[in-house]
Write a protein that binds this ligand. Structure first.
Ligand SMILES: [Zn+2]
Length: 332
């Protein structure tokens, strides 16, 4: 067993990795496996650890690839002949039917070697044609091939694809387990607890907040925009700051702020996310919106998230979102 690999591996994924390895060991390899769970929980890390374990020629009964053999090295270098990874050309783009045709060709080339494995992530990025092309392979996979799909939003996959896969769910882990894993990264400005709250308890995103400049910049913009939403007496400075954010990052945090406001109204104190902004700011926001306002805006925020892919003018979109808060806070 590779101790180094094990030390870096997220502990909350170990049980899931063991399930996968045992599944293959028992000869019950499903042709399609769909790994679901929120963004940042480690679905890709889990599948890649499994693929490396399958590629490793020295793993014996261990849970992890050794990291040294030819199998591990070619997997880690992205050149393993029996393993193919499929991702969109750029983040946020669709996976097109040509990529799935390449998968079908890759699987058809197998000649008695070990079973081939294909990993598609994020699977919900497949467009309709791509998903339909994949469906035929899921129905009749050649020679023990295994298709692994990871999706944060599995509902966006056609039901026909989902129904042909065995589903492995990776939930948001217990906070204590993640805190221990993050603690070595803590420094004066950020604690493991605060980063986890800022990242809505998604561990890999919390880790990125320690060492990834883009993640840090996104959090700073989101935090400034939400802080202004809590502070400002006028909607216009809020719209300006919303425009400087990536809504894909901001909207889940905005939604979380509404949960914090609701929590304050029920419990009379701020939760971990609310404390990032301070109870003094959260209290008037929560009290002015009231239970009904927070609930209705939460429903609205689900709709805003669904509309993220729609080609809307950013100014109009941000104005619409922010003004909805002002309408809800107007005395009726
Ligand atoms: Zn190995």
């Amino acid at each position: 067993m590779n101790d180094q690999g094990r030390a870096a591996f997220p502990p909350w994924l170990e049980g899931r990795l063991r399930e996968l390895v045992q599944l293959v060991g028992s000869g019950q390899t499903p042709p399609g496996l769909l790994v679901t769970g929120p963004k940042g929980v480690g679905k890709g890390v889990l599948v890649r650890a499994f693929l490396q374990r399958m590629a490793c020629t020295e793993a014996a009964d261990g849970l992890f690839g050794c990291g040294r053999c030819n199998g591990c090295r070619s997997f880690l270098g992205g050149t393993h002949p029996e393993i193919l990874e499929v991702t969109p050309e750029a983040p946020g783009k669709e996976i097109l039917v040509d990529s799935i045709r390449a998968v079908i060709e890759f699987l058809s080339l197998s000649h008695g070697g070990p079973a081939r494995m294909v990993f598609i992530e994020p699977a919900e990025a497949m467009n309709v044609n791509a998903a339909n092309a994949l469906l035929k392979t899921l129905e009749e996979p050649p020679g023990g091939a295994m298709l692994l799909l990871a999706a944060a939003q599995p509902a966006r996959l056609p039901a026909t694809v989902r129904s042909r896969c065995r589903v492995l769910r990776v939930p948001i882990p217990e906070r204590a387990a993640v805190q221990n894993w993050l603690r070595p990264l803590e420094h004066d400005e950020l604690s493991a607890d605060e980063t986890l709250s800022a990242c809505l308890d998604r561990p890999l995103e919390a880790r990125a907040l320690f060492d990834d400049e883009a993640a840090q910049a996104a959090w700073r913009s989101d935090r400034a925009a939400l802080d202004m939403l809590l502070r400002s007496r006028s909607p216009f400075p809020v719209v300006q700051l919303f425009l400087e954010c990536d809504l894909a990052s901001l909207l889940p945090r905005l939604q979380r702020l509404l949960v914090s406001a609701h929590h304050y109204l029920v419990q009379g104190e701020a939760d971990a996310f609310g404390r990032l902004f301070g109870t003094d700011l959260l209290r008037p926001f929560a009290v002015t919106l009231g239970m009904r306002g927070t609930a209705m805006l939460y429903q609205d925020s689900l709709q805003w998230q669904r509309e993220l892919q729609a080609p809307l003018n950013p100014n109009l979109r941000c104005e619409d979102i922010v003004l909805r808060f002002w309408r809800r806070t107007e005395p009726s």
